[in-house]
Write a protein that binds this ligand. Structure first.
Ligand SMILES: C[S@@+](CC[C@H](N)C(=O)[O-])C[C@H]1O[C@@H](n2cnc3c(N)ncnc32)[C@H](O)[C@@H]1O
Length: 200
């Protein structure tokens, strides 16, 4: 069964004509890694690891996965996220400790440096969760979606815009999907929802 059919069947979704946003009534934490396991995904990348919490979940619930965790683990001009203040030398160490013993390769580099290390269409999925401004998310989607094979999943976090989370993710994702005629866009149920589409 192809990936889109599998997702529609699993979550009992019937698409209406031209439907763009399709809610998935589950939180990403356990359900997304389980979906990846059921789809037989064994190679993926998380862009933006921070302390490794989701990195751990992705591998705990999908033990055959080899996950590449990419993060610069440094403050830089133009990066003012709600977690930026917490970034220091200890953050990388904390991530390393959290995922130790798991099949995870941590790469300490910027997203745009790290993406050069991957062949096109070599990954089953990417999960984009680094700098959340529109420009960076747009750049990440354009670069990392090339690295996902057909039938794989392009995903990311924080499809939200509010006073507390003034992110540019919605704008970047919607523009990308509109320009490239991508639909449906699955949205996971969390306070900061994750987004996901099947690479065709
Ligand atoms: C929101 S946190 C990631 C959270 C993680 N995905 C999770 O779910 O637990 C964002 C991370 O992206 C990293 N980051 C920000 N801009 C980046 C860039 N241009 N390249 C690589 N990493 C970046 C930050 O260092 C930070 O650790």
């Amino acid at each position: 069964m192809d990936t889109l059919d599998y997702i529609l069947k699993k979550y009992d979704i019937t698409l209406t004509e031209n439907q763009y946003i399709v809610p998935i009534g589950w939180s990403r934490w356990r359900a997304m890694p389980r979906l990846f396991r059921e789809l037989g995904f064994t190679k993926g990348a998380e862009i933006g690891v921070f302390k490794g919490s989701f990195t751990l979940y992705l591998t705990l619930f999908n033990p055959k996965l080899h996950l590449f965790g990419i993060d610069s683990w440094t403050k830089y001009d133009g990066y003012n996220d709600n977690i930026t203040a917490e970034l220091d030398e200890n953050t990388f160490t904390e991530a390393q400790t959290r995922v130790s013993g798991r099949n995870v390769t941590l790469i300490k580099a910027t997203s745009m440096e790290a993406v050069k290390q991957f062949e096109d269409e070599s990954l089953d999925f990417v999960f984009i969760d680094a700098n959340h401004d529109t420009e960076h998310v747009s750049e990440d989607i354009a670069a990392w979606s090339k690295k996902v094979r057909k039938g794989g999943l392009v995903c990311g976090h924080d499809y939200v815009k509010s006073a507390r989370f003034p992110f540019g993710v919605i704008e970047a994702v919607d523009t990308w999907c509109d320009t490239n005629k991508i639909k449906p866009l699955f949205i996971w149920k969390d306070r900061c929802p994750s987004w996901m589409y099947v690479k065709m």
